[in-house]
Design a protein around this ligand. Sequence first.
Ligand code: FMN
Length: 252
Amino acid sequence: MQTVSQTLAGHRSIRAFTPATIPQAVIDEVLHEAITGTSSSGNLNSYAVVLTRDPQRRQRLYELHGEQDFILQAPLLMTFCADWYRVREWLRLRGARDNFGHLLGYHVAAFDAMLLSQSVSLAFEARGYGLCYLGTTLNAMPDISAFLELLDTCVPVTTMAVGVPAEDPSKRDRLPLAAYVHDERYQAPPKMNWPSCTGTARKVAGPGTWRPRRSRPSVTRAQSRRWRSFIPAPTSTIRMSSGRSRTDCWNS
Ligand SMILES: Cc1cc2nc3c(=O)[nH]c(=O)nc-3n(C[C@H](O)[C@H](O)[C@H](O)COP(=O)(O)O)c2cc1C
């Protein structure tokens, strides 16, 4: 089994799989590690994972996911869902206020599901399996929900095709750290360097050539203060439909 660092260093999305299936014991182990090893908002774990292995059912998901070929090869498709069902039922049974039936509640559950998916990804990759996310889940949400017979309070947010790799692609590059990481204050990349943010330009320019420039601000402090006066003052907490603050909700 690889360490976390080795796994991250070796990560590549895999889009070709051998016919080998994944033993149930491995799937169980990976899910157990991921569920118990991933933080979740308020420990509510508001997600559900639907496994699809049946070839005919995979064929239908292949169609719903825009016919990406590797979906038919992968022995396992995992659909990660934002799932409030348990939490909201629990609140209802206890006669407690339901603070999750709105957009913020959706985000809480969707983020939990996405975090879980990335832990599952790491756990599979550490064991030598390969996978590729399917963002097409968002394009076909209603159809995928109907096909997987999800309840109204459960929506699919991402899918992963998993299997034994039948390809060994090279690692896809990223921009240098400085493009994503900001020290104390956000710094927009200088306009003249925009083209070098694209993969094509990077191939020409080579990696590591993109550098944020410490430019003089193009607006004066006085201008900036005047503009800011038009923006409503930020509130320190997010007010929810129930009238309680986000912090109240997180702590209850
Ligand atoms: C949320 C999400 C959705 C993605 N959807 C797709 C997809 O539908 N099809 C696909 O081939 N790759 C998909 N990918 C894989 C990305 O294209 C890939 O991670 C990216 O190009 C970087 O390559 P790497 O993972 O090999 O480093 C998705 C990745 C993420 C995180």
